[in-house]
Structure formats: structure tokens, C-alpha cells
Design a protein around this ligand. Structure first.
Ligand code: BGC
Length: 728
């Protein structure tokens, strides 16, 4: 209830903000029109230009009004200095918009977005982004290129780390929450920055998981899978959108009138501005879609891209294109108007500077660090815990901490760590030392590196494993193995890490594998032989403390996977909400399966354990049949049958059995995170109405068709209590 109340308040506030900023009557609009009428064409084109970094060579360009926005410049003093040149020394005095990639924190680095998603908690991500926004604004930043809301179903693609995972429903809920977190109730305040949903659109479906690769996608899949989180971001009031690098069925996303004009502005009424991705206007030429820079500029602007990120293409060609009449000046005006409107909404015309004295107090504030620890703990997923190996007893005599990642500070930060510094990181070794009892001895050895083939240090690791009560083996990927331009064709534990685990396993000492990684890994050997596995992703600056909290039982893990873990890379792309084939896998040879691997994942979407156990029962539906516009209620009782309190993420899935377009075998339609004391029972309740039962046709119309449906109230996407109903 509380969550929905606060979401409603946010929506109303953001709606009012949009009306006041974009509405026809607004005094801001009148000011912007006056400003526009005084601008030369050169001034206007300057506003569409975004450069990265700032060198002394660019001083003149700022003073000439040739740069509307800078990215990758941060810090109160530096941004104020440049801002002064723009505001006090340029002809029009228009402030610069400073942007940077605040992806999972500004200076206080939180777990990577994929990890955060595993908490299934919109309040948590909203709060993380609010902290990130406050820190960024204090350092002179107005704009983040975040959230990345690309649905990702292929673990080979490194950017899976930056999003919420494979599901469009969860992705939409979290997209809206992130936008609300960044932009707050009043984006002009010192607590808020402008958000940007990216990369519009379908970037996550890059062929073979290779970054920047082409995307060939049906309208059905666009509307069903890739567009919804962007739509949710727009509905939450996001003020900017970034166009993607990829092609969409042959038309580059950065020059795509269908996605940019028809869907984004036409169908959704988006009133903010669109920025290209880094150089993606220029890349229209490389794609073979534009003949040269001028052609690229024309195509991108016509399609609706307002700002050119680091392409220097608008700056080099628009003037001539307008003068020759190839591009109407009204198109330039339209783009400038949107950018100025955003600057006005951010309050930059009233207060272009930040107070440098406040910056130091706000960055890495102790409350932010406490929240980073909390968030990291809630993002972790307990994949396996045989015989209650975890939590460890606090008075354990000896612990061996082994593996290449137990103390490697940079890797805790993960990809896109913005202004995060390795010296801010608490590692697992440090976290355990901070939190175990004084009687516990901790020995440690790396054993091997993440990537190379050297196993000469195995012996030392094996020796300390033999001497200890338990081994904590911290293995996985380094921070540069996921993120942009970090696609991989192998998803097994890299280098010698699996062999290290095998050697440790031989000792007979119980092993807890702590997995640090930015994507699902294929770990069938680990899943079979190691009794306890904790997925921590890249957990941020407080990762080590948060891991200690979980290992020692101060935090009961409650995260659940938002991506499927494959048995092998050969299964990719693998995702729970696939369509049925005409030959679903069974014992017959000629069915849809592999000869050498199951067709299901190793760990399914929605999977995650707790130190307690939950029993699901008493599924009941208010009706067996409803009208197409009707609503039914489904309830189930969840009981904590274990010995400690815990949280459970209860998931609602449905399946439309027959429709004019084949529907997925399961679709997430709701979830609730409930807290239960030992022995406590709670009833969860979900409503199912047209919003849940309908789907998009290829023209983007939302339709509801009669027929039979199945539903599940479930603890993961592979199991659950099953019911059915009919739409008539
Ligand atoms: C990435 C974007 C990012 C931009 C600016 C690009 O290479 O694709 O996600 O926002 O750089 O850093």
C-alpha cells in the first residue's frame, strides 16, 4: 500500500511538472520563445552539440555558444568555471547542460543495476537514484544517461550488467522508479537531475550478443518486450531519451522515424528531447544508411534526434543544410526548443552554479554508505544452500578466504563506476575482518587470477583450505568483463577458477562460492558440487560488509534472479517468457531440445533462496470466468516454515492459452515482497484485469481477446501454484 501511495504521489507531481513545463500556457514557454527569437541559426545549432570532456581549446567554443552540453566533466569548481564562460561571456548567456553516466551511483557506488534489480524493490532503486542524483548535482551535474532500460536475454552481451534483466514487466516497474528517483518531485532542486532512458530501442537483442550488432526484430517483439520499459519511463516523466547504436530491422535506431516519431512522440506523447548515443549520428554513414555526414545529420534530425553526442555532425553540417533548404529551420527550432525547455525545467536559467562548499559533505556521506551496504545485501541471490551451510556460525574458529576477487577493490565497483574510487571499497576480506568474532582466524590466498592459465598458487590455497573450517571462494569476472564493448563467447568461470574450486573441493572442507560477475555465468559443475553459492554481482563500495552481513546471518538473503542462468553458452539467448513451439521438448527425438544439454536453464528467472523456508498454499480465485473488461482477484497463503524471519518475493505469472498471436508460456504480471516472522502466514492478493490479460498487436494497439488462461502464484518462473480462468 505504502509503495503504491508514494508512487501515486510521484506520478501526480511529475504530471504537474510536465504540464507546467510543456503546457502551452506556461510562462517558461513564453521565455523560451523569446530566447529563440533572439538566437541566430549558429546559436541554435550550438545548443544541439554535445562534447565530451573539456580542454582549454574548447574555451572559445563555449564563449561562442557552440556547445549546448558537455559530458564527462564533473566537480563543482570545474563546472562552475565553464558555466561562467557560457552564462557570462557568450552572446546568449545560455547555460551548459552537464551530463555524465551516473549508472549505479555517482561517488557512492551501489551494486550494478542488474544486481539492484534482483531485489525486486522499486523503493530501493528509487532511493539509490535519489542519493546518486544528490551527489551528482552537488558536483555540478544536471543529467545522467540512465536508466538503461534495455531488456537483455543474452548473457553474452556485456551490457546485460547495466539493465534490469530479461523481463519487460519488472523492467518497466524499475524503469519508472529509477526515473522518479533521479528526477524527484522537483527536477530543479539541488537533490535532482534529469534522467535519460536508453538505448532506444532493442539494443539488447544484438545478434549473437555482440555489442553494437544489428537487431532484426518484429513489431510484435518490439511492442511486447523492448518498448514497455521505455514507455514506463515516459509515463514516469523522463525528460530525455537516448537513441541506440543498433539498426532495427534495417533502419538505424538513430534515424528511425517509426520508433522516434511515430511511437515515442506520436503514440506516447513524449515531450522531452532525444540525444544520440556517442557518435551514433556519424555512424549512420558506416552503417551504409547515409551517404556522408550531411546526409546523416539530415536523416537523424528528421527522424527526431535533437542532440548530437560527440559526433560533431550537427555542428559541421546543419548550417549549410538549412541554408540550402534541405532541412527546414523549423526542425532545428523544434530541437532547440526541447533542449532549452529541459534547461529551464532544471532551473539552470535561475541558478546555473553549484555551491562548491557543499560538495565535499554530500559525496560519500555516511548515510549514503549505509544505504549502499543495505542495497548490496538486498541485491544478493542465494542460489544454493545445501544442509544449511549458510549462515556461518559467528564463532567459527577458522575461515579461508580464497580466489582472485576477495580483495580486488576495482572489481567491486563494476562497470560504469562514474566517480567511484577503489580506495572507497570495502572488500570481502575487510568485511569479514570487520564482522567476525575475535576468536575467528582468517587466512587468505588468491589461488589464481581471474583470467590467465597460471595455477602455481593453487598449493598455497589448498593448504589454507585444509587448515580451515570453511572456505569462502570468491570467484567470477573482473569489472571490465561486462559493460559496454565487453561481450563474451564463454560464460564458464574464466581462467583457472573452476580448476581451483575442484582442488579446494578435494580437501573436503565445506566451500561457499561467492560469485562476483556482471552477467549470468554457466556454472553446472559448481551447482552440482559446491554446497552453497551466493551471487553478489559487482556489489559496490560496501560490498564486503554486505557479503559479511549475509554470510554471517545478519542479513537474510532475499534477492531473486532477474535473468536466467544457462547450463552453457550454447543455450543463449535463454529466457523464461519464450513462446511454445509446435514441438515442446519431451522424450521424443523430434522435439525442440538439445542433444547435449537440457532446454531449461540451470537457475531459472525468479529463483533465489532464503535462510528460512516458505510454504505456498491455498490458491483461490474470486471467479473462474470474467468478462474481457472484468477483474478477478487471486490469493494464496504464504507461510514462513523456517526458524528465522525473512522476506519472500511472490511472483504472479499468467499464460494466454490461445490468441491471434502466440503468447509466451509464462509472463510475469505482478510481484510482492513480503516479510514474515517464523511461523507467520500472510495472504498475498493480485488483481488480474485487461492490463494483465491484453497484449499489443503489430500496429501497437492493445487488445484483449477471450479464451482460457493459466496463472501461477510462484516462487520462481519454473514452479508455483497453478490455477486457471476464462475470459469471455
Ligand atoms: C554508451 C552510452 C553512454 C555514452 C556516454 C556510449 O558509448 O553507449 O550508454 O551513455 O557512451 O558515455
Amino acid at each position: 500500500m505504502k509503495v503504491w501511495k508514494s508512487i501515486t504521489v510521484f506520478f501526480v507531481a511529475i504530471f504537474l511538472l510536465i504540464v507546467s513545463v510543456y503546457g502551452q500556457e506556461s510562462p517558461t514557454n513564453a521565455k523560451i520563445e523569446t530566447l529563440l527569437s533572439r538566437m541566430t541559426l549558429e546559436d541554435k545549432i550550438g545548443q544541439l552539440n554535445q562534447h565530451s570532456g573539456f580542454s582549454e581549446d574548447e574555451i572559445e567554443a563555449v564563449k561562442q555558444g557552440q556547445i549546448g552540453s558537455l559530458l564527462n566533466v564533473a566537480g563543482a569548481e570545474q563546472t562552475n568555471r565553464i558555466q561562467r564562460m557560457a552564462v557570462e561571456e557568450s552572446r546568449m548567456g545560455i547555460p551548459i547542460l552537464f551530463g555524465i553516466d551516473v549508472i549505479h551511483g555517482f561517488r557512492t557506488i551501489f551494486p550494478i543495476p542488474l544486481a539492484q534489480a534482483c531485489a525486486w524493490d522499486p523503493d530501493l532503486v528509487r532511493q539509490i537514484e535519489a542519493i546518486a542524483a544528490k551527489e551528482a548535482r552537488a558536483a555540478g551535474i544536471h543529467w545522467t544517461f540512465s536508466p538503461m532500460v534495455d531488456i537483455a536475454r543474452d548473457a553474452r552481451w556485456g551490457r546485460i550488467a547495466e539493465g534490469a534483466g530479461e523481463d519487460p514487466y519488472l523492467g518497466s516497474v524499475l524503469a519508472a522508479a529509477r526515473v522518479q528517483g533521479f528526477q524527484g518531485m522537483d527536477v530543479s532542486s539541488s537533490q535532482s537531475i534529469m534522467a535519460c532512458v536508453k538505448h532506444y530501442v532493442a539494443y539488447g537483442q544484438a545478434d549473437a550478443g555482440r555489442d553494437y550488432n544489428r537487431v532484426d526484430v518484429s513489431r510484435k517483439t518490439l511492442y511486447e518486450i523492448y518498448l514497455p520499459p521505455f514507455k514506463a519511463g515516459v509515463e514516469a516523466g523522463v525528460m530525455s531519451v537516448m537513441s541506440a547504436f543498433n539498426t532495427i530491422s534495417g533502419i538505424p535506431a538513430t534515424a528511425n522515424p517509426f520508433t522516434l516519431r511515430e511511437v515515442l512522440r506520436g503514440q506516447w506523447g513524449f515531450g522531452g528531447f532525444v540525444v544520440s548515443d556517442w557518435g551514433s549520428i556519424q555512424e549512420l554513414v558506416v552503417h551504409g544508411f547515409a551517404a556522408n555526414g550531411a546526409d546523416a545529420a539530415q536523416k537523424a534530425l528528421q527522424a527526431g534526434v535533437d542532440m548530437d553526442m560527440m559526433g560533431h555532425i550537427y555542428g559541421s553540417h546543419l548550417l549549410e543544410l538549412v541554408c540550402t533548404g534541405d532541412v527546414p529551420s523549423s526542425l532545428v527550432d523544434e530541437a532547440v526548443r526541447r533542449i532549452l525547455t529541459a534547461k529551464a525545467a532544471l532551473g539552470l536559467f535561475d541558478q546555473p552554479y553549484v555551491d562548491p562548499d557543499k560538495e565535499g559533505d554530500i559525496l560519500l556521506h555516511k548515510d549514503h554508505l549505509a544505504y549502499a551496504r543495505h542495497a548490496a545485501g538486498r541485491s544478493m541471490v542465494l542460489l544454493k544452500n545445501e544442509n544449511h551451510l549458510l549462515p556461518l556460525h559467528k564463532n567459527m574458529k577458522s575461515i579461508a578466504v580464497i580466489g582472485p576477487l576477495f580483495d580486488s577493490k576495482d572489481d567491486y565497483l563494476g562497470t560504469w563506476a562514474c566517480m567511484g574510487r577503489s580506495e572507497d571499497v570495502v572488500t570481502i576480506l575487510e568485511g569479514l575482518r570487520n564482522n567476525v568474532s575475535s576468536g575467528t582466524t582468517i587466512q587468505y590466498a588468491k589461488g589464481c587470477n581471474v583470467l590467465d592459465e597460471d595455477n602455481t598458487d593453487f598449493a598455497e590455497a589448498v593448504t589454507i583450505a585444509e587448515q580451515s573450517d570453511v572456505v569462502i571462494a570468491v570467484v567470477g569476472e573482473s569489472c571490465d568483463m561486462s559493460g559496454e564493448a565487453a561481450s563474451r563467447t564463454q560464460l564458464d568461470l574464466p581462467g583457472k577458477q573452476r580448476e581451483l574450486l575442484e582442488a579446494l573441493h578435494e580437501t573436503g572442507t565445506p566451500i561457499v562460492v561467492v560469485l562476483m560477475n556482471g552477467r549470468p555465468l554457466s556454472i553446472p559443475w559448481v551447482a552440482e558440487h559446491i554446497p552453497a553459492i551466493l551471487e553478489i554481482w559487482h556489489p559496490g563500495v560496501q560490498g564486503g560488509n554486505a557479503v559479511a552481513d549475509v554470510l554471517l546471518g545478519d542479513t537474510n538473503p532475499s534477492g531473486k534472479l532477474t535473468v536466467s542462468f544457462p547450463w552453457t553458452v550454447g543455450q543463449c539467448p535463454i529466457y523464461y517468457n519464450h513462446e511454445n513451439t509446435g514441438r515442446p521438448a519431451d522424450e521424443n527425438k523430434y522435439t525442440s531440445k538439445y542433444l547435449d544439454c537440457p532446454d531449461t536453464p540451470l537457475f531459472p528467472f525468479g529463483h533465489g533462496l532464503s535462510y528460512t523456508t516458505f510454504e505456498y498454499g491455498n490458491l483461490r480465485l474470486s471467479q473462474d470466468a470474467i468478462e474481457r473488461d472484468g477483474t478477478l482477484t487471486v490469493r494464496a497463503d504464504i507461510t514462513n516454515t523456517g526458524a528465522v524471519e525473512g522476506e519472500e518475493i511472490v511472483q504472479l505469472y499468467i499464460r494466454d492459452m490461445i490468441a491471434s498471436l502466440v503468447r509466451p508460456v509464462k509472463e510475469l504480471k505482478g510481484f510482492q515482497k513480503i516479510h514474515l516472522r517464523p511461523g507467520e502466514k500472510k495472504t498475498v492478493e493480485f488483481s488480474i484485469g485487461p492490463k494483465e490479460t491484453g497484449f499489443y498487436d503489430p500496429e501497437g494497439r492493445f487488445i484483449v481477446q477471450p479464451g482460457d488462461f493459466k496463472l501461477w502464484i510462484a516462487w520462481n518462473s519454473a514452479d508455483g501454484l497453478e490455477g486457471q480462468f476464462r475470459l469471455q
